[in-house]
Write a protein that binds this ligand. Sequence first.
Ligand code: UP5
Ligand code: MG
Length: 190
Amino acid sequence: PGEKKITVVFVLGGPGSGKGTQCANIVKHFGFTHLSAGDLLRAEIKSGSENGTMIQNMIKEGKIVPSEVTIKLLQKAMLETGNDKFLIDGFPRNEENRAAFEKLTKIEPEFVLFFDCPEEEMERRLLSRNQGRDDDNIETIRKRFKVFVESSLPVVEYYAAKGKVRKIDAAKPIDEVFEAVKAIFAPFNA
Ligand code: UP5
Ligand code: MG
């Protein structure tokens, strides 16, 4: 009572499905703050933190970093912004991430925005991204796809069973994907 309600949307989808690209569009139109768990972890590596080497090795192998590390970074970023509407991009990636976030923050997502894209299209995008990411090589990309199917899709299924998933065809051009995204966020335009 009296507490400001925090709105969280989890943005999920395979590697290269367009999460970051579409989050940038949502921020411009709907006043959310974009928190990419992957970006926060990469910033942690660059900062020279004691966890940096461990995080770097896990990302290179496409593995999921322990939730306590990721959740701490997300919580810190949420507090720092002062906003009350967040897009959490690329998290939770497994059942343990999901349960730990809920337990520690008591936050339930408003809904899950799920970008559905075939692997061959995601692979094409990642191989032509050229942003110097350590994990954008074909060996790591295959590992990322495997982890996504085995560990992350079950999280999407968990929320689908609760009626919370808004699925988007992410194989279309960027502007067409955003038209579909806009329709889902329209209620937040008030
Ligand atoms: N592009 C985008 N949309 C397009 C479209 N509709 N048509 C054509 N091209 C399109 O897009 C990727 C590329 O495709 C870009 O060049 C873009 O222009 C183009 P982007 O928006 O960057 O896709 P995104 O889904 O964000 O891809 P990303 O590679 O960031 O997804 P991942 O989920 O693989 O990466 P993330 O940074 O979330 O995680 C990286 C690693 O960090 C994980 O593998 C894991 O090791 C670790 N991690 C954790 O351990 N825990 C976490 O909670 C999060 C990450
Ligand atoms: Mg991304």
